[in-house]
Design a protein. Structure first.
Length: 109
């Protein structure tokens, strides 16, 4: 996998008093979208991802709660080891990510 599209969001913390940058989903080039479980969405857990220049631009772009940005990020060896297993499955930590079924809408009727 050469690139993955990460969706970032600025979401409220559990107490609702402040905001936190989160990674909410990852999409492949084949348009398959995978959800990041809520307990591991905080960017603080995604140490290699926050080192990228794309993340810095996302952080500068998200100013209001619930704003989102989807950006393609090239997979370095380090990022690939974290997000893709040897068989091409998307993962994070010790768990596989759940694929989100996307509804395809047809034009017209």
């Amino acid at each position: 996998m050469e690139q993955l599209r990460f969706e970032f969001a600025l979401l409220p913390t559990s107490d609702g008093k402040s905001n936190i940058y989160c990674v909410t989903s990852i999409t492949t080039k084949e348009q398959k979208m995978f959800a990041i479980p809520e307990e591991i969405q905080s960017v603080g857990l995604h140490k290699e991802l926050i080192k990228t220049s794309a993340y810095n631009k996302v952080k500068n772009s998200l100013k209001k709660r619930y704003q989102t940005r989807k950006v393609w990020i090239k997979m370095s060896d380090e990022l690939s080891k974290i997000y893709v297993d040897e068989d091409g499955n998307l993962q994070f930590g010790e768990q596989y990510l759940e694929e989100i079924e996307q509804k395809v809408t047809s034009g017209g009727q």
